[in-house]
Design a protein around this ligand. Structure first.
Ligand code: SF4
Length: 338
């Protein structure tokens, strides 16, 4: 198993942004998490945390209920023994992304778009993550890899949309991100920029004035896809972060993963959609779980997912119903199930 890349160390000079301090102060220790949330000492599994480290910002922990081992936010980040169980059909690279590397740091799966692996680091380690075993270092999620990826986009005039992903691309600091956006906008055939990030949800202070200025100042049409799975993730600070992104002219979309025990209920999904829409974010995709090793306990079957989606569609206006999708390796687009 290839361990995920740790978030960058805190720079020693004084110009460290508040969000970077918060990230440096994130909880990485299982007994500390248990203590903070007043949970039974026996909860969680240290060996699972060695395979894929526990990492969660305190701003996200603050939204969890104390003394509740079934809290839906806790379940997304708590290392558990089930992760160490082998399950047939669950593999290290379920989406065959290794075979979709078009250049170091660049994944090209679909026509007209290409995905830059801007970094291998995240602000939170989601236990269900489909890239939890992704070999970021070998795949070019490095400074040199990002430069190679931008050069590959410049050399391919069929690419009109550059997608920043990772890891979490908003872990690049404001200056690096501004330079990356500038290098993409200097490519005449690139017209759109898409950023996939969980940071506006788990660490909303990341949406700085400077980040907003970078997005509002680019000629590229910009889409920010955030990633919330449960309505309790969206607190007042998240709503304010979304307002800053919207003021920067970004189109805001959300993608969720359907997760057993977290959001596998039409009432929870409806509350999530309503909270998103009221925060200016369109519910875009509800993904079936990608079958990565160690995540079988999160899986919701396809028939049950379709049933939940039908129930959801009966509760909400059409614009608030996310499309139910599954990614099938080798297909020219996501597979729409409903
Ligand atoms: S933030 Fe995204 S890439 Fe990072 S661990 Fe969570 S799901 Fe995976």
């Amino acid at each position: 198993m290839s361990p995920p890349v740790a978030p960058p160390p805190l720079a020693s000079h004084a110009r460290v942004a508040g969000w970077q301090r918060e990230l440096a102060d994130a909880v990485r220790d299982l007994p500390e998490l248990i203590r903070l949330l007043e949970l039974p000492a026996s909860l969680g599994c240290e060996p699972a945390s060695v395979d894929f480290p526990l990492l969660v910002p305190r701003a996200f922990i603050a939204r969890m209920r104390k003394a509740d081992p079934r809290d839906p936010l806790l379940l997304q980040i708590l290392p558990v023994a089930e992760e160490r169980r082998e399950t047939v059909g669950f593999t290290s690279d379920p989406l065959a992304e290794q075979t979709a590397l078009a250049a170091p740091g660049l994944v090209k799966k679909y026509a007209g778009r290409a995905l830059v692996l801007a970094t291998g680091a995240c602000a939170v380690n989601c236990r269900y993550c489909f890239r939890r075993e992704f070999p970021y270092g070998e795949s070019g999620a490095t400074r040199a890899g990002v430069e190679a990826a931008v050069a590959a986009i410049a050399a391919d005039d069929t690419i009109h949309e550059a997608i920043l992903s990772g890891g979490d691309p908003l872990l690049l600091d404001d200056d690096r991100l501004a330079r990356l956006v500038a290098s993409l906008e200097a490519i005449p055939h690139v017209r759109r920029l898409r950023i996939h990030s969980r940071l506006p949800i788990v660490l909303p202070s990341r949406v700085t004035v400077k980040l907003a200025a970078t997005l509002s100042g680019t000629r590229l049409a910009t889409v920010v896809v955030v990633h919330a799975n449960h309505p309790a993730e969206i607190d007042g600070a998240v709503v304010e972060a979304m307002a800053r992104l919207a003021a920067a002219r970004a189109i805001l979309l959300n993608q969720s993963v359907l997760l057993a025990g977290v959001n596998d209920s039409a009432a929870v999904l409806a509350a999530l959609s309503e909270r998103l829409v009221e925060s200016g974010v369109i519910p875009y995709y509800l993904h079936l779980l990608d079958r990565v090793r160690g995540t079988a306990h999160f899986e919701v079957s396809e028939p049950e997912a379709r049933r939940l989606h039908r129930e959801l569609a009966g509760m909400l206006p059409g614009y608030a119903v996310p499309r139910l999708v599954r990614e099938v390796p080798g297909e020219p687009a996501k597979t729409w199930l409903a």
